[in-house]
Design a protein around this ligand. Structure first.
Ligand code: ZN
Length: 471
């Protein structure tokens, strides 16, 4: 809330308390705003507007909800007042202060910086010595800039003079290129690719270690042309199965499932971001051990819209082959989860009661609410994969996979093929096969998004509580 006295100083308001009626009259440029204690309705120049909460008196001071500024004060003053809660700014008048969100990703010998600018604002990008400067035609900027971990290419991204952003380049900088794309609802997206010089091996330097499986595609960045509006899907978590001390399944030729899943996950991230313009988060981007519940928690904490877990299958029958797509079976998770999934109970058990903005639901109930959407997604993934890679006779199945149960969004698990089958093992580590899988999943998510992805279920429910202890 704002103290009314502070607003009075800023906007030259006069405040008069009506002791008889207990009301407050605020005069702003000869227009009257009338507030009544205990009521969230206010009158502005004779018109009723609603506030999220009533005004509150604390001692001699009055406090009003922050939305009083755009909803009541702005019409009374006849001036646009733009309230930016996250950056704690009130922007008065018609000055141009675009909001800038940003993200960064390392794509092999390149760092891609993505700036989402709302509203879309004309800008120019120039190189000035060891800096790139993105200069906007604006009065000021309201930026959230990314943290970086690629100091050899990009040392920092920081606000510059006036309405500009400076990208400080590192010693490996070779070249850069930029593209502009339309974003959602009048926003714009600026992509700046900072590209490293070709590597030169120093004399006597040891050869670089060879990665176990092909690295993510890095030579030519994927095309950005078919970037469509993201619809209901903004963030996708891609889960590379196993990792660290957990090898997953072993192939007869020595291939480890954990390396195949990581390689495909990295490719999938790059492709989804380029083709769909969504944010993709990997549950691991290295050979790390990650607990199953942590993987779903990462997706929940980032409010992901989809969760895709990648695996390679194993069977004692070495001829078993083909891909399979799974969504969660609730059989192991009790009657309550099944009733939630069937819509037989309205009440999802929550901690903390129904009046809070953020409710906490039981871990084992999270995926139950999305079973139908997960089934839809699984069907799309299965159909798209069938067009590109061999499928198992049981191509779509339900199973009680732990990694899916806590995911508070549609979630599927893809077994890309049988690593225990010698022929499939060779496919799984090959570039063309991995690309086919990636292409199929991108296609299926595009279809899913266009077909069913709507708003989340009523009552935005945040990250489920993580149960204590191991899964
Ligand atoms: Zn696995």
């Amino acid at each position: 809330m704002f103290a009314l006295d502070d607003l009075a100083k800023l906007f030259d308001l006069t405040i008069r308390e009506d002791n008889l009626a207990g009301g407050l009259t605020i005069t702003a440029r000869s227009q009257a705003i009338v507030l009544t204690p205990g009521q969230s309705l206010a009158s502005v120049a004779g018109r009723l507007i609603s506030l999220p909460a009533p005004p509150v008196r604390d001692g001699r001071a009055w406090f009003v909800p922050v939305d009083f500024v755009p909803r009541a004060l702005s019409p009374a003053l006849g001036t646009p007042l733009d309230l930016r809660k996250t950056s704690r700014l009130i922007i008065a008048g018609n000055i141009r202060v675009p909001r800038i969100g940003s993200s960064v990703e390392a794509l092999g010998p390149m760092v891609r910086l993505i700036f989402d600018v709302a509203p879309q604002t004309p800008h120019a990008i120039t190189q000035d010595g060891n800096r790139l400067v993105v200069k906007f035609e604006a009065d000021s900027l309201d930026p959230v800039l990314p943290a970086l971990s690629a100091p050899d290419l990009v040392q920092a991204v920081r606000p510059g003079d006036g309405a500009s952003i400076v990208i400080d380049l590192g010693p490996r900088f070779g070249s850069y290129r930029t593209s502009d794309l339309p974003g959602d609802r009048g926003s714009g997206r600026i992509i700046v690719d900072v590209i490293a010089q070709p590597a030169t091996t120093a004399p006597g330097a040891p050869p670089a270690p060879t990665p176990p499986v092909s690295p993510p595609p890095a030579t030519s960045p994927p095309p950005l042309l078919d970037l469509a509006p993201t619809g209901g899907i903004r963030t996708i978590v891609v889960d590379a199965g196993h990792g660290g001390t957990e090898d997953g399944a072993h192939g007869p030729g020595g291939t480890l499932e954990k390396n195949v899943t990581l390689s495909v996950a990295r490719r999938l991230k790059a492709a989804l971001e380029a083709r769909l313009g969504v944010r993709v988060i990997l549950t691991r981007d290295g050979d790390a051990t990650v607990d199953l519940d942590e993987r779903a928690a990462l997706a929940n904490n980032n409010k992901a819209d989809l969760f895709v877990s990648l695996h390679a299958n194993a069977s004692v029958r070495t001829s078993a082959s083909g891909a399979e797509v799974f969504y969660l079976s609730l059989e192991d998770y009790g009657d309550q989860a099944q009733r939630v999934a069937k819509g037989e109970t309205e009440a999802v058990p929550v901690f903390g009661g129904g009046t809070r903005d953020i409710e906490v639901i039981l871990w084992e109930m999270a995926q139950a609410r999305y079973i139908e959407k997960s089934a839809d997604l699984a069907k799309d993934v299965e159909a798209a994969m069938r067009e590109r890679v061999p499928m198992s006779p049981r191509a779509i199945q339900q199973a009680p996979f732990r990694v899916l149960v806590g995911a508070n969004m549609p979630a599927v698990l893809v077994e890309m093929g049988f690593i225990t089958n010698a022929d499939q093992e060779k496919q799984l580590i090959s570039e063309p096969f991995q690309s086919s899988i990636v292409q199929a999943i991108v296609d299926s998510i595009t279809r899913y998004r266009d077909r069913v992805a709507g708003p989340k279920p009523a009552g935005e429910i945040a990250a489920p509580a993580r149960p204590g202890g191991a899964p």
